[in-house]
Write a protein that binds this ligand. Structure first.
Ligand code: GLN
Length: 192
């Protein structure tokens, strides 16, 4: 099973390594042709405005929206999660999104004091804690009824699932722990 990693910005190599460890075949996606060749896609973190603009410039936005709407599983981490959000709250919008996930998201929501942090989180379905790294992370301010919260920090959702769509406000690719990628790969297997 081929799982693409959007290769415009962010931890592309780390996501590929984690997907490989999770039993999928990773493919770096930078073109509509490579997008057409994958069964699912991971959108790494970075800067969501920039990634959105690059999606538009590389003519990936429309094909990506089409595929996501017609059944392709997607996993967005941090900026990738912002790009999947149906709604953005607050002063910083993110144009050029793939708005499939029924959440309201606020960018850079932790403020400057706690700009970036790490913490152990309990993830539904995992026996042991997962070390979650947050970097200028967004917050899911509101989630729709169809959205399942798989992990929270201080009563805020940080890992959510809506059917074949998975999104986290943290970076699971940074710690060498593949369990969140394994979860996504099992969602992809179920969706194919
Ligand atoms: N702060 C970034 C944004 O708003 C997201 C940060 C990240 O992906 N680590 O786009």
């Amino acid at each position: 099973m081929k799982v693409g990693v959007l290769g415009l910005q962010g931890d592309v190599r780390e996501h590929c390594t984690a997907l490989d460890g999770a039993g999928a075949t990773p493919v770096v996606v930078k073109t509509a042709d490579s997008l057409a060749s994958v069964d699912a896609l991971v959108m790494p973190g970075g800067e969501s405005t920039t990634i959105g603009k690059l999606l538009d410039r590389f003519e990936l936005l429309e094909p990506l929206r089409d595929r996501a709407e017609s059944g392709m599983p997607l996993y967005g981490t941090c900026a990738g999660a912002i790009l999947m959000s149906k709604e953005i709250a607050g002063p910083h919008d993110a144009p050029f999104r793939v708005p499939v996930l029924d959440v309201v998201t606020r960018r850079n929501a932790y403020g400057r004091q706690v700009d970036s942090f790490e913490t152990d989180i309990a993830v539904r379905g995992l026996d042991e804690a997962f070390r979650a790294v947050f970097i200028r992370a967004p917050v899911f301010e509101d989630v729709g009824d169809a959205v399942e919260i798989l992990a929270s920090v201080d009563d805020r959702a940080v890992l959510v699932r809506q059917g074949r769509f998975l999104a986290s406000t943290f970076h699971p690719e940074m710690t060498g722990d593949n369990r969140v990628h394994e979860l996504f790969v099992s969602i992809v297997r179920g969706a194919l």
